[in-house]
Ligand binder design. Sequence first.
Ligand code: ADE
Length: 250
Amino acid sequence: MRIDIVSIFPEMFEAVKCCGSVRRAIECGVLDLRLWDPRDSTNDNYRRVDDRPYGGGPGMVMLAKPLTKTLQRLRKDGAQGRVIHLTPQGARLDQGRIRDLAALSGLVLLTGRYEGIDERLIEQEVDEEISIGDYVLAGGELPAMVLVEGLVRYLPGVLGNDASVMAESFSEGLLDWPHYTRPEQFSGRAVPSVLLGGNHEAIRRWRLQQALGRTWERRPDLMERLVLNEEQHELLASYQREQIDEEILS
Ligand code: ADE
């Protein structure tokens, strides 16, 4: 997958390029990540990429021209695919959207700073707007990194175990179950005994029960969207009974 990112702070992306799954994806050749600084597409001595907003008010607005030129340059370099603008005005990112975008061969991520980008550039060039949540950051760089890190997990060979993408939180609309590693006792707390017994079916049912229980407790919005099968109903009901018993005892 090729991802071209337009940002006035290309150095910020060293943070994801240098380590972890993004680095692995680049090294094994499944990700080609290229950065484009709009300042390199300016002609003035100040390398200006922003100006005051028409109509007045605080802050600055990113100029359309350096961004158009940057997009022309990256397309000339072979970049293809949807142009995604990271902005709090976009549709909220979720696992399903990440999975669908990961199936594409290329993406262009456009990140803004200041008060935003001249609307005419957005109308002309942008295919989709994405927000990573209902809060405002100083720019689209961190949201772009969030998206890239979410995407690379779907690229072949990036995760040690491909099955773990599937098994994990949200892939099935559920939160993840709790995880444990050595030692068996830590600070007076034991690893749940089912995980030590080697009974794979019992472990599968316990994990599913925990995932259902956590989702029910923590994310009623996700729970509402789920259609549970018979086994899931039964496991959730037993989780709920256990919670009630614990409450009575405490
Ligand atoms: N730019 C600033 N805040 C943002 C957010 N929450 N999502 C995407 N882009 C942004």
